[in-house]
Design a protein. Structure first.
Length: 301
Protein backbone atom coordinates (compact mmCIF):
# COMPACT_ATOMS: atom_id res chain seq x y z
CA UNK A 1 0.00 0.00 0.00
CA UNK A 2 1.63 3.30 -1.05
CA UNK A 3 -0.03 5.60 1.49
CA UNK A 4 -0.78 4.60 5.05
CA UNK A 5 -0.60 8.00 6.71
CA UNK A 6 -1.58 11.27 4.99
CA UNK A 7 -0.74 14.78 6.21
CA UNK A 8 -2.87 17.67 4.92
CA UNK A 9 -1.21 21.06 5.42
CA UNK A 10 -3.65 23.94 5.92
CA UNK A 11 -3.06 27.70 6.04
CA UNK A 12 -6.52 28.38 7.51
CA UNK A 13 -7.84 29.13 4.02
CA UNK A 14 -11.22 27.70 2.97
CA UNK A 15 -9.41 26.41 -0.12
CA UNK A 16 -8.10 23.51 1.97
CA UNK A 17 -11.57 22.00 1.56
CA UNK A 18 -10.83 21.16 -2.10
CA UNK A 19 -8.36 18.49 -0.95
CA UNK A 20 -10.89 16.48 1.04
CA UNK A 21 -12.78 14.59 -1.72
CA UNK A 22 -9.55 13.16 -3.17
CA UNK A 23 -8.21 12.33 0.28
CA UNK A 24 -11.54 10.64 1.06
CA UNK A 25 -11.16 8.61 -2.12
CA UNK A 26 -7.69 7.50 -1.07
CA UNK A 27 -8.85 6.62 2.43
CA UNK A 28 -11.78 4.65 1.05
CA UNK A 29 -9.38 2.60 -1.04
CA UNK A 30 -6.43 2.36 1.34
CA UNK A 31 -7.80 2.85 4.84
CA UNK A 32 -5.09 5.44 5.47
CA UNK A 33 -4.98 7.64 8.56
CA UNK A 34 -5.35 11.38 7.96
CA UNK A 35 -3.97 14.33 9.92
CA UNK A 36 -4.64 18.01 9.25
CA UNK A 37 -1.82 20.30 10.40
CA UNK A 38 -1.60 24.06 10.76
CA UNK A 39 1.85 25.58 11.30
CA UNK A 40 2.56 29.08 12.56
CA UNK A 41 5.48 30.77 14.31
CA UNK A 42 3.06 32.07 16.96
CA UNK A 43 1.18 28.79 17.37
CA UNK A 44 2.84 27.96 20.68
CA UNK A 45 0.59 30.53 22.34
CA UNK A 46 -2.50 28.67 21.20
CA UNK A 47 -1.93 26.07 23.88
CA UNK A 48 -2.16 28.65 26.65
CA UNK A 49 -5.16 29.77 28.65
CA UNK A 50 -5.76 33.03 26.78
CA UNK A 51 -8.49 32.59 24.16
CA UNK A 52 -6.97 34.87 21.53
CA UNK A 53 -8.44 36.04 18.25
CA UNK A 54 -5.99 33.78 16.41
CA UNK A 55 -7.00 30.83 18.52
CA UNK A 56 -10.63 31.42 17.61
CA UNK A 57 -9.63 31.64 13.94
CA UNK A 58 -7.73 28.36 14.08
CA UNK A 59 -10.48 26.56 15.96
CA UNK A 60 -13.19 27.86 13.63
CA UNK A 61 -11.25 26.73 10.56
CA UNK A 62 -10.52 23.31 11.99
CA UNK A 63 -14.18 22.92 12.96
CA UNK A 64 -15.18 23.73 9.37
CA UNK A 65 -12.71 21.16 8.08
CA UNK A 66 -13.93 18.58 10.59
CA UNK A 67 -17.56 19.10 9.50
CA UNK A 68 -16.71 18.89 5.77
CA UNK A 69 -14.54 15.81 6.36
CA UNK A 70 -17.32 14.06 8.29
CA UNK A 71 -19.68 14.45 5.30
CA UNK A 72 -17.12 12.54 3.25
CA UNK A 73 -16.69 9.83 5.85
CA UNK A 74 -13.35 11.17 7.11
CA UNK A 75 -12.36 11.52 10.74
CA UNK A 76 -8.94 13.23 10.63
CA UNK A 77 -6.89 14.17 13.63
CA UNK A 78 -5.77 17.79 13.93
CA UNK A 79 -2.41 19.25 14.94
CA UNK A 80 -1.24 22.82 15.51
CA UNK A 81 2.50 23.06 14.88
CA UNK A 82 4.73 25.76 16.33
CA UNK A 83 7.20 27.28 13.91
CA UNK A 84 7.49 28.62 10.39
CA UNK A 85 5.36 26.49 8.05
CA UNK A 86 8.10 24.91 5.91
CA UNK A 87 10.46 23.66 8.64
CA UNK A 88 7.59 22.79 10.99
CA UNK A 89 5.88 20.66 8.36
CA UNK A 90 9.17 19.04 7.33
CA UNK A 91 9.81 18.01 10.94
CA UNK A 92 6.24 16.74 11.29
CA UNK A 93 6.63 14.64 8.13
CA UNK A 94 9.88 13.14 9.34
CA UNK A 95 8.80 12.43 12.91
CA UNK A 96 5.23 11.43 12.15
CA UNK A 97 6.04 8.81 9.54
CA UNK A 98 3.64 10.29 6.97
CA UNK A 99 4.01 9.01 3.42
CA UNK A 100 1.91 11.58 1.53
CA UNK A 101 1.76 15.35 1.96
CA UNK A 102 -1.30 17.21 0.62
CA UNK A 103 -1.02 20.97 0.06
CA UNK A 104 -2.93 23.78 -1.62
CA UNK A 105 -1.03 26.12 -3.92
CA UNK A 106 -2.31 29.66 -3.49
CA UNK A 107 -1.14 30.91 -6.88
CA UNK A 108 1.76 32.96 -5.51
CA UNK A 109 3.80 34.25 -8.49
CA UNK A 110 6.88 32.08 -8.97
CA UNK A 111 9.27 35.02 -8.69
CA UNK A 112 8.09 35.59 -5.11
CA UNK A 113 8.47 31.95 -4.15
CA UNK A 114 5.92 30.07 -2.06
CA UNK A 115 5.55 27.61 0.79
CA UNK A 116 4.42 25.04 -1.78
CA UNK A 117 7.63 25.28 -3.83
CA UNK A 118 9.83 25.20 -0.75
CA UNK A 119 8.04 22.13 0.57
CA UNK A 120 7.89 19.98 -2.52
CA UNK A 121 11.24 20.67 -4.14
CA UNK A 122 13.11 18.17 -1.99
CA UNK A 123 10.31 16.49 -0.04
CA UNK A 124 11.03 12.91 1.04
CA UNK A 125 7.44 11.85 0.30
CA UNK A 126 5.15 12.48 -2.69
CA UNK A 127 3.25 15.76 -2.52
CA UNK A 128 -0.29 16.08 -3.86
CA UNK A 129 -0.82 19.72 -4.88
CA UNK A 130 -4.14 21.43 -5.55
CA UNK A 131 -4.20 24.86 -7.22
CA UNK A 132 -6.55 26.98 -5.12
CA UNK A 133 -7.99 28.88 -8.07
CA UNK A 134 -8.34 26.02 -10.53
CA UNK A 135 -9.23 22.75 -8.78
CA UNK A 136 -12.93 22.75 -7.90
CA UNK A 137 -14.05 19.21 -7.11
CA UNK A 138 -17.51 18.36 -5.78
CA UNK A 139 -17.12 18.70 -2.02
CA UNK A 140 -19.66 16.09 -0.95
CA UNK A 141 -18.48 13.07 -2.98
CA UNK A 142 -15.24 11.10 -2.55
CA UNK A 143 -13.12 11.25 -5.68
CA UNK A 144 -10.86 8.42 -6.79
CA UNK A 145 -7.68 8.78 -8.81
CA UNK A 146 -8.46 6.00 -11.26
CA UNK A 147 -6.37 7.40 -14.10
CA UNK A 148 -3.17 9.41 -13.83
CA UNK A 149 -1.00 10.95 -16.51
CA UNK A 150 2.72 10.71 -15.77
CA UNK A 151 4.51 13.70 -17.30
CA UNK A 152 7.82 12.59 -18.82
CA UNK A 153 10.59 14.58 -20.46
CA UNK A 154 11.56 12.75 -23.69
CA UNK A 155 15.21 13.49 -22.89
CA UNK A 156 14.91 12.05 -19.38
CA UNK A 157 16.36 8.57 -18.95
CA UNK A 158 15.38 8.15 -15.30
CA UNK A 159 13.29 5.13 -14.45
CA UNK A 160 12.82 5.87 -10.73
CA UNK A 161 9.94 8.39 -11.12
CA UNK A 162 8.10 6.04 -13.49
CA UNK A 163 8.57 3.11 -11.13
CA UNK A 164 7.27 5.25 -8.26
CA UNK A 165 4.26 6.40 -10.28
CA UNK A 166 3.56 2.80 -11.30
CA UNK A 167 3.62 1.52 -7.73
CA UNK A 168 1.45 4.41 -6.58
CA UNK A 169 -1.12 3.93 -9.33
CA UNK A 170 -1.30 0.19 -8.62
CA UNK A 171 -1.58 0.85 -4.90
CA UNK A 172 -4.53 3.21 -5.28
CA UNK A 173 -6.28 0.94 -7.74
CA UNK A 174 -5.74 3.11 -10.80
CA UNK A 175 -3.96 3.10 -14.13
CA UNK A 176 -1.14 5.26 -15.38
CA UNK A 177 -0.57 6.68 -18.82
CA UNK A 178 2.68 8.31 -19.87
CA UNK A 179 2.66 11.65 -21.65
CA UNK A 180 5.45 13.62 -23.25
CA UNK A 181 5.66 16.79 -25.33
CA UNK A 182 7.86 17.66 -28.30
CA UNK A 183 8.61 21.38 -28.29
CA UNK A 184 7.15 22.97 -31.43
CA UNK A 185 6.52 26.65 -32.02
CA UNK A 186 3.07 27.85 -32.90
CA UNK A 187 1.12 25.07 -31.18
CA UNK A 188 -0.61 26.50 -28.11
CA UNK A 189 -3.17 24.22 -26.40
CA UNK A 190 -6.01 25.79 -24.43
CA UNK A 191 -6.06 24.79 -20.77
CA UNK A 192 -8.32 27.52 -19.42
CA UNK A 193 -11.49 25.48 -19.15
CA UNK A 194 -12.26 25.22 -22.86
CA UNK A 195 -11.78 21.91 -24.66
CA UNK A 196 -7.98 21.40 -24.75
CA UNK A 197 -7.42 20.20 -28.31
CA UNK A 198 -3.93 19.28 -29.49
CA UNK A 199 -3.46 19.11 -33.27
CA UNK A 200 -1.74 16.16 -34.95
CA UNK A 201 2.04 15.92 -34.78
CA UNK A 202 3.56 18.08 -37.55
CA UNK A 203 4.81 16.01 -40.47
CA UNK A 204 8.39 16.97 -39.77
CA UNK A 205 8.23 15.66 -36.20
CA UNK A 206 6.53 12.30 -36.79
CA UNK A 207 9.83 10.40 -36.61
CA UNK A 208 10.71 12.20 -33.36
CA UNK A 209 7.31 11.32 -31.90
CA UNK A 210 7.72 7.66 -32.82
CA UNK A 211 11.19 7.58 -31.29
CA UNK A 212 9.93 9.19 -28.06
CA UNK A 213 7.04 6.71 -27.91
CA UNK A 214 9.34 3.69 -28.36
CA UNK A 215 11.77 5.06 -25.79
CA UNK A 216 9.11 5.41 -23.11
CA UNK A 217 7.62 2.01 -23.84
CA UNK A 218 11.09 0.46 -23.56
CA UNK A 219 11.74 2.33 -20.32
CA UNK A 220 8.52 0.95 -18.82
CA UNK A 221 9.23 -2.56 -20.08
CA UNK A 222 12.71 -2.42 -18.60
CA UNK A 223 11.38 -1.91 -15.09
CA UNK A 224 8.21 -3.97 -15.45
CA UNK A 225 5.92 -0.95 -15.18
CA UNK A 226 2.50 -1.59 -16.69
CA UNK A 227 0.80 1.34 -18.37
CA UNK A 228 -2.40 2.02 -20.28
CA UNK A 229 -0.61 3.81 -23.11
CA UNK A 230 1.88 6.48 -24.12
CA UNK A 231 0.75 9.82 -25.55
CA UNK A 232 3.12 12.06 -27.51
CA UNK A 233 2.06 15.53 -28.64
CA UNK A 234 3.69 18.71 -29.87
CA UNK A 235 3.30 22.12 -28.21
CA UNK A 236 5.22 25.35 -27.78
CA UNK A 237 4.76 25.12 -24.00
CA UNK A 238 5.55 21.69 -22.53
CA UNK A 239 3.53 22.30 -19.36
CA UNK A 240 0.43 23.44 -21.25
CA UNK A 241 0.78 20.47 -23.58
CA UNK A 242 0.97 18.01 -20.71
CA UNK A 243 -2.08 19.51 -19.00
CA UNK A 244 -3.94 19.30 -22.30
CA UNK A 245 -2.94 15.65 -22.70
CA UNK A 246 -4.23 14.91 -19.21
CA UNK A 247 -7.56 16.64 -19.82
CA UNK A 248 -8.00 15.09 -23.27
CA UNK A 249 -7.35 11.64 -21.82
CA UNK A 250 -9.75 12.01 -18.90
CA UNK A 251 -7.01 11.84 -16.28
CA UNK A 252 -7.86 12.40 -12.62
CA UNK A 253 -4.40 13.68 -11.73
CA UNK A 254 -0.99 14.49 -13.20
CA UNK A 255 2.25 13.05 -11.83
CA UNK A 256 5.38 15.17 -12.28
CA UNK A 257 8.98 14.58 -11.21
CA UNK A 258 11.49 17.44 -10.88
CA UNK A 259 15.01 16.49 -11.97
CA UNK A 260 17.12 17.60 -9.03
CA UNK A 261 17.26 17.99 -5.26
CA UNK A 262 17.71 20.76 -2.72
CA UNK A 263 17.88 24.40 -3.80
CA UNK A 264 18.20 23.40 -7.45
CA UNK A 265 14.98 21.39 -7.22
CA UNK A 266 13.11 24.42 -5.90
CA UNK A 267 14.54 26.46 -8.78
CA UNK A 268 13.40 23.85 -11.30
CA UNK A 269 9.88 24.16 -9.95
CA UNK A 270 9.94 27.50 -11.74
CA UNK A 271 9.93 25.64 -15.05
CA UNK A 272 7.79 22.75 -16.27
CA UNK A 273 6.66 21.25 -12.95
CA UNK A 274 5.78 24.62 -11.45
CA UNK A 275 3.93 25.66 -14.61
CA UNK A 276 1.94 22.43 -14.59
CA UNK A 277 0.87 23.22 -11.02
CA UNK A 278 0.08 26.82 -11.99
CA UNK A 279 -2.31 25.92 -14.81
CA UNK A 280 -3.70 22.48 -13.98
CA UNK A 281 -7.36 22.09 -12.95
CA UNK A 282 -6.36 18.60 -11.81
CA UNK A 283 -4.38 17.77 -8.67
CA UNK A 284 -0.67 17.33 -9.38
CA UNK A 285 1.39 14.72 -7.55
CA UNK A 286 5.03 15.77 -7.38
CA UNK A 287 7.59 13.02 -6.78
CA UNK A 288 11.05 14.39 -5.97
CA UNK A 289 14.23 12.39 -6.47
CA UNK A 290 14.26 11.72 -2.74
CA UNK A 291 10.61 10.61 -2.68
CA UNK A 292 11.14 8.30 -5.66
CA UNK A 293 13.72 6.37 -3.68
CA UNK A 294 10.95 5.15 -1.36
CA UNK A 295 9.55 3.11 -4.24
CA UNK A 296 12.82 1.55 -5.39
CA UNK A 297 13.37 -2.18 -4.78
CA UNK A 298 15.00 -2.73 -1.39
CA UNK A 299 18.21 -4.04 -3.01
CA UNK A 300 18.62 -0.83 -5.04
CA UNK A 301 18.33 1.61 -2.12
Amino acid sequence: MPFRSILIATDLSPQTLVTLPVVAGLVGRLGAEVTVAYADAQAAGLAGTAFTLEQRSVEAHLAELREAAAKLGLAPSFRVLSGEPVPALQVALERGGYDLLVVVHDGTPRERGSVTADLIGDCAVPVLVFHAGRVRPTLDTPRRLDNVLVAVDPQDDRSAPIRAAHRISLGIGGKMRLGTILKERGIEPAVDGSTPLLPPIPAGRVADAEAAHLKLVALCNGIGAHHSGVSVAAASDAAAGLVALALDGGADAIVAAPHARGALARLLLGSVTRRIIDMSPLPVMVISEKAAQRFEPAAAR
